[in-house]
Design a protein around this ligand. Structure first.
Ligand SMILES: NC(=O)c1ccc[n+]([C@@H]2O[C@H](COP(=O)([O-])OP(=O)(O)OC[C@H]3O[C@@H](n4cnc5c(N)ncnc54)[C@H](O)[C@@H]3O)[C@@H](O)[C@H]2O)c1
Length: 87
C-alpha cells in the first residue's frame, strides 16, 4: 500500500474529527477560535503565557466581553478543552 502523506493524514484527521488542535495565544483571536473548534467536536489544547488567563479559563470564566463565561465553562467541563501555560 502506498504510504500516506503527512498532509493527507492531517486532512483525514480533520475530516473524521480525531485531530487534536493546538492554539497558541488565547486573546481576542485565540479564545473565540478554540471555542469554535470545540463546538465542532474537536479536542483542543490552548496555550498562553499569561497564568491569569489560564486560571480564569480553568475556572470557567471569560475575560473577553462578548464571550460568555458559560461557553468557557461548558467547553472545559466537556473535557474537550484543556488550557495550559506549559508548552
Ligand atoms: N475586540 C475584538 O473583538 C477583537 C477581535 C480580534 C482582534 N482584536 C484586536 O486585535 C488585537 C490582536 O488580537 P490577538 O488575539 O492577536 O492579541 P491579544 O493580545 O488579544 O492576545 C494575544 C495572546 O497571546 C498571548 N501570548 C503572547 N505571547 C505568547 C507566547 N509566546 N506564547 C503563548 N501565548 C502568548 C498573550 O498572553 C495573549 O493572551 C487585539 O489586541 C485587539 O485589539 C479585537
Amino acid at each position: 500500500m502506498k504510504e500516506m502523506k503527512l498532509t493527507d493524514q492531517t486532512l483525514k484527521k480533520i475530516e473524521n474529527g480525531s485531530a487534536v488542535i493546538g492554539v497558541v495565544g488565547l486573546g481576542y483571536v485565540g479564545l473565540p477560535l478554540i471555542l469554535g473548534f470545540v463546538s465542532r467536536g474537536f479536542q483542543v489544547m490552548g496555550i498562553d503565557i499569561d497564568r491569569k488567563k489560564i486560571d480564569s479559563l480553568r475556572a470557567g470564566e471569560s475575560y473577553i466581553e462578548h464571550i460568555p463565561s458559560g461557553s468557557i465553562a461548558e467547553a472545559v467541563e466537556s473535557g474537550k478543552l484543556e488550557v495550559t501555560t506549559a508548552f
